[in-house]
Design a protein around this ligand. Structure first.
Ligand SMILES: NC(=O)c1ccc[n+]([C@@H]2O[C@H](COP(=O)([O-])OP(=O)(O)OC[C@H]3O[C@@H](n4cnc5c(N)ncnc54)[C@H](OP(=O)(O)O)[C@@H]3O)[C@@H](O)[C@H]2O)c1
Length: 217
């Protein structure tokens, strides 16, 4: 039985929890305010889920999802995440997060920054362009003509393999947009981002990722 630790219990963290539980995973989920504030969510998710502090979600997860926007000063538990595959759902949105000059200038991507903050973890950009409430509804069996695809980016092939398998279990094809230095192609305001509501097939996602032009020119 694989346990997924989830740090961040908002829109995306709670929906990934739901989708993972329906595929047989155990969940340990945390927010910033403490496990006692997650009673309603845990009651909704059922016996395969429990609430914890972020450090415990990190240490108890075989793999861990960070469903929290990136801060310039790391707020994730480095030691507890060491050696683990860490799925990072965050999108950089300057209107919400403030301007990060190294991203705006194209020096680095937001997920390379997460990798720098958690140097002993295997960061993988995942689930960033599915609208959380659609995650359960949009999944389709393998081979279905209307099956949608999701992008993945990482510097670690085993992290890409894990996410590819998880996407497949949840009903999505995968497009590997590795390494992390290429992950700007799936950032907000790129060609693929225009399809965020209804999603895109594997062929369309490959085309849209290739059509992206770097924001720094
Ligand atoms: N919403 C979507 O459909 C969607 C889809 C794909 C990607 N994303 C991206 O994923 C990230 C999260 O989005 P969201 O919509 O889920 O945000 P959200 O609804 O605002 O939830 C954020 C969660 O993170 C928790 N949190 C914040 N700082 C924390 C910390 N230091 N330790 C532990 N937990 C912490 C919050 O806990 P408290 O409430 O206790 O503060 C909250 O549970 C964003 O970067 C977003 O752009 C969102």
């Amino acid at each position: 039985m694989t346990t997924i630790g989830i740090i961040g219990a908002g829109e995306v963290g709670s929906q990934i929890a739901r989708a993972a539980i329906s595929n047989g995973y155990e969940i340990v989920i945390a927010n910033s305010r403490g496990p006692e504030t997650l009673a309603a969510l845990i009651s909704d998710l059922g016996p395969s889920a429990r609430a914890a502090h972020a450090k415990e979600a990190a240490s108890d997860g075989d793999v861990v999802v960070i469903a929290v926007a990136l801060k310039l000063v790391n707020d994730m538990p480095v030691d507890e995440l060491a050696g683990k595959i860490v799925l990072d759902t965050n999108n950089y949105m300057a209107w919400r997060d403030g301007h990060y000059p190294m991203i705006d200038s194209g020096v680095t991507t937001v997920h390379e920054l997460r990798q720098q903050q958690l140097p002993t973890s295997k960061i993988v950009k995942a689930f960033t362009h599915v609208q959380a409430p659609s995650l359960l509804a949009q999944g389709r069996p393998a081979g279905a003509p209307d099956r949608l695809a999701l992008a993945v980016s990482s510097n670690h092939p085993d992290a890409v393999s894990f996410v590819t398998h998880l996407y497949d279990q949840l009903g999505f094809d995968t497009v590997d947009n590795s390494p992390l230095s290429e992950s700007w192609r799936s950032a907000p305001n790129t060609p693929m981002w225009r399809h965020i509501v209804h999603g895109q097939t594997q062929d369309d996602l490959i085309r849209n990722l290739a059509a992206a032009t770097h924001p720094a020119g």
